[in-house]
Every structure is written in structure tokens, then in C-alpha cells.
Design a protein around this ligand. Structure first.
Ligand code: GLN
Length: 486
């Protein structure tokens, strides 16, 4: 049962084939067995998970058949969870126990999920490989010498290795979609504002968005049904009705116009990844879709723009970790300045400090116009490229990442790492919904395909992903070392 999708597990729970307690225990057993190898979980909540499962079984016995009732899930350790450590992958928050639940955590509890624990991540979600985590990198279950992607690497590993049924993640520049691609699962980032950011530790507030890592697009739809919606505690969450994202999953794709950005099939893309994507596109043509090349002329500026805006916002957001309010404080400070300096020097890792310095510089009085304001202007041009493209096409498809998962320790230069998100970052700058689904393998490693929709076209993106998964089996492929019986 652990290898099944949320939709399948729910059917089994409703049929009485298994209880949530049995299922929860099965995942907990696998976590005990494999977490040392995979480092997917930072915190495991054995007792509370079992008691939540028991409650879910009791509710079900009384006739409650809610879609996520009794489903064992994991939260990225960026979401505040009442009474449970929320580290954000950082020494700074290693011992921080949140006094409240993030809105999405609360909503998912209300839907009846069981929280198995909190997953590993790049420190403050800054990274593309999980290697910046204070707790060490999570390992890719397809090859544990390789990264799972990041920053939501732990969540991707946990889903791919069947350590949970589904997981939450966040995506500021690609952190749900890229790890999903590297681990052979489905990762969905809704439009900016669709899901509340309240209680989600802030990295770059104008880009951060919560979403899900799951086995299928159908499961992503089930999660989005619960996670989405206006939240008065997040002024950037949108007051727009939440659709039933499962209702349109099977809509026909006959006549669907798919845009293929020429910039995403250019130099730098691995030929095997390209081939897998091209084969997937044939599948869409068979379903009646029309493929058309499109131009995103400012796409090549997106990584540069992001690495001004995201660090600028991060430098402001992370100023709160000062050793006074909460989080880490250095030992025996000589005076206030010494405390600030040493707390932040010792509490933050290298990458976080690099971002704070870049961001502070970009926002400083003499450089604000040259960097921050300019980046904001180009951000608008990048958005306008999408506005123009969506006048002609319904969705945009390309690779999620230029290549498959790389080896741990193989990328030491920060800029090389930043270029990991070359295909995903523009989508965050434009606030659009995007999903990555597995569409093949290259040398035994999964290849992810990226589907992007117009503003708030979540239903369309999920529909396009779902129909591919109805036609193919790539989402059923498993890393053999962690298969059920092993
Ligand atoms: N890799 C990007 C970064 O390091 C994106 C991370 C994210 O989406 N959280 O900023």
C-alpha cells in the first residue's frame, strides 16, 4: 500500500482494506529503516502521528470519507508546526519550536491528515541540491551518491522512496519542481497568492509559494483543493474562489495549444533530457494537442534578476534572526554588537550569508537604482513575455532542469548552482503555476517535464499533467534500492 497514490490509498481506506494506523505504522517502519541512508526527515513524530491516525480511523468509522482523511504526509521543515521543531534547515532555528501552525498545516490537519514529520531542506530554502542544509544533504533514492535537488529535497526523497504518501514543499525559484524532476515524482507550484504563506518561514516574499510533492497530478489536485484559498493573515493571498481541481482533471486536450519556448531547447540542455521531453510531446499530439514554438525573449535574464531580487528580500526577511527574539544566540557575548555578529556568523551557513551580503548591497542607498530597481523593471519584461505567450497558447512545456540529478559535492561554484533553475525561475518572477512530472529516464535517472499555465490556471496545468499520466507509466517508476520489498 505504501507505494500507492493518495487517491488509491483513500479508496482502500474507505473500503476498509487498511486502517490509517496500519498505514502510518508502515511508513514509520520505512522511515526507521531508510532514513539513515536517505536523510529525508529532520524530525519524525511517531507518537503524535499514530494518535492522529487513530483519530482519523475513528472519524472514518463514523462515516467521514474526506479525501485526505488518515493520509500520512510530511511537511517541509519551513512550515511552522505547533509544538514540533521547525528548523528551516538551519542552525539558527535548530531548537525553534513553533508556537502555532502555518495556515496550510492547519488546513491539512482539518482535512484529517497524519503528520509523520518534517523534511530536510536547503538552509532557509536557499539552494538547488539540499547541500546547504545544516543537517547534511538528503540523498537521491535513485542513486544515493547524487543530490535529490532542492530546496524541497527531503520532501521529494520522502515521496519517491515511499516514506510518506505525499509531502508539502515551497518554491521560490524552482524548489518544488526541480527536486520532483530529480526524484521522478510530481511537484506542483500553484500561482503566487493561491496558497497562504502565513507560518511559512519567509525567504523571498514576492516569490515564495507553497505547493505539493506527490506521486501524481491527481494527488497534487487533492492537496491543492485543501491548501488553496484566501487567508486574511496573508495580505498577498488572493480572494478568488477555490476550484475543485479534481473536477477538470480528465478534460479532453483536443485542440490544446502547447507553446515550446525556443530558449528552453537551446544550448546547455542534455540531449537525453531533450529526447524524453520530445517523446512526451508526441504523446500530447496523440491526444489532439497542437505544438507551437514560442519566444520568451527575456528569459535569459531571469537568473540574474532573481539573484538580485531574492537576496534583497532575503536580507530583509532574515534580519529578524538577531539572537534577541528567537533562535540561536552565541555563547557569552561581550556586548550587543558582539552578540549580533557572532550569533549571525555562527547561526547561518555560507550560502545564507552570501545571500544576505548580496541583498544588503543591492538595497543599499548608492546601488538601489542600479540593481534592485533595474531588476524589478526586467522582472516586468519577463512577465510580459508570458502575457504575450499566453495570448497564443494554453500551456508552456519544456524541461524542468537541463540535466538529471548530479553528484553530491560536484557543484562548488555558486553561479553554476544558480543556473540549475534556468527553466523554472522565470515562472516565480511571473507568479505563474507550474508542475514537473516524470516523463522518462536518462542513464537510469528520472527526467522531469515542466508544464506552466497562465495566472491561476491551476486546473488547466493539472489537467494537462494528469492526462499524460493516464497514458503513460513514468510516474510508477521506482528507485529499485528502495522498492517495497527491499
Ligand atoms: N535554487 C533557488 C535558490 O537557491 C531557488 C530556491 C527555492 O525555490 N526555494 O534561491
Amino acid at each position: 500500500m505504501i507505494e500507492k497514490t493518495v487517491a488509491e490509498i483513500t479508496a482502500a481506506l474507505n473500503a476498509g482494506d487498511i486502517s490509517s494506523v496500519e498505514l502510518t505504522q508502515a511508513y514509520l517502519d520505512r522511515i526507521i529503516r531508510f532514513n539513515d541512508d536517505l536523510n529525508a526527515f529532520i524530525t519524525v513524530c511517531t507518537d503524535s502521528a499514530l494518535s492522529q491516525a487513530k483519530k482519523a480511523d475513528e472519524k472514518r468509522a463514523k462515516g467521514d470519507t474526506s479525501p485526505l482523511l488518515g493520509i500520512p504526509l510530511a511537511h517541509k521543515d519551513i512550515f511552522c508546526t505547533n509544538g514540533v521543531t521547525t528548523s528551516c534547515g538551519s542552525r539558527m532555528l535548530q531548537n525553534f519550536v513553533a508556537p502555532y501552525d502555518a495556515t496550510i498545516v492547519e488546513k491539512l490537519y482539518q482535512a484529517g491528515v497524519v503528520m509523520l514529520g518534517k523534511t530536510n531542506m536547503d538552509e532557509f530554502a536557499m539552494g538547488s541540491s539540499n547541500e546547504t542544509s545544516y543537517f547534511g544533504p538528503a540523498k537521491n533514492p535513485w542513486d544515493t551518491a547524487r543530490v535529490p535537488g532542492g530546496s524541497s529535497g527531503g520532501s521529494a526523497v520522502a515521496v519517491a522512496a515511499d516514506l510518506c504518501a505525499v509531502a508539502t514543499g515551497t518554491d521560490t525559484g524552482g524548489s518544488i519542481r526541480q527536486p520532483a524532476a530529480f526524484c521522478g515524482i510530481t511537484g506542483f507550484k500553484p500561482s503566487y497568492g493561491r496558497v497562504s504563506r502565513w507560518g511559512m518561514i519567509a525567504f523571498a516574499s514576492s516569490l515564495d509559494q507553497a505547493g505539493s510533492l506527490s506521486k501524481t497530478a491527481e494527488d497534487a489536485a487533492l492537496m491543492t483543493n485543501v491548501m488553496a484559498g484566501l487567508d486574511r493573515k496573508d495580505s498577498t493571498s488572493i480572494d478568488k474562489p477555490v476550484e475543485d481541481y479534481t473536477a477538470s482533471l480528465s478534460n479532453s486536450l483536443d485542440g490544446l495549444k502547447i507553446g515550446i519556448p525556443k530558449q528552453h531547447f537551446a544550448e546547455g540542455l542534455s540531449s537525453e533530457v531533450e529526447q524524453a521531453i520530445r517523446e512526451a510531446l508526441v504523446e500530447y499530439e496523440n491526444l489532439g494537442a497542437i505544438i507551437k514554438e514560442i519566444d520568451l525573449p527575456n528569459n535569459h535574464l531571469s537568473v540574474s534578476v532573481y539573484y538580485v531580487i531574492a537576496p534583497a528580500e532575503a536580507s530583509a526577511n532574515l534580519s529578524r534572526y538577531d539572537g534577541v527574539r528567537y533562535g540561536y544566540r552565541c555563547e557569552d557575548p561581550a556586548d550587543l554588537e558582539d552578540m549580533y555578529k557572532r550569533t549571525r556568523s555562527e547561526g547561518f551557513g555560507e550560502e545564507v550569508k552570501r545571500r544576505i551580503m548580496v541583498g544588503t548591497y543591492a538595497l543599499s542607498a548608492g546601488f538601489y537604482d542600479a540593481y534592485y530597481r533595474k531588476a524589478q523593471k526586467i522582472r516586468r519584461l519577463i512577465k510580459n513575455d508570458f502575457v504575450d505567450a499566453f495570448k497564443e497558447v494554453d500551456v508552456i512545456i519544456g524541461p524542468t532542469s537541463p540535466h538529471t540529478a548530479f553528484e553530491i559535492g560536484s557543484k562548488t561554484d555558486p553561479v553554476t548552482m544558480y543556473l540549475e533553475d534556468i527553466y523554472t525561475i522565470a515562472v516565480n518572477l511571473a507568479g505563474l503555476p507550474g508542475i514537473s512530472i516524470p516523463v522518462g529516464t536518462a542513464e537510469g535517472l528520472p527526467v522531469g517535464m515542466h508544464i506552466v499555465g497562465n495566472d491561476f490556471a491551476e486546473a488547466k496545468v493539472l489537467n494537462v499533467a494528469h492526462l499524460f499520466q493516464q497514458q503513460t507509466d513514468w510516474h510508477r517508476f521506482k528507485p529499485t534500492a528502495f522498492e517495497k520489498e527491499s
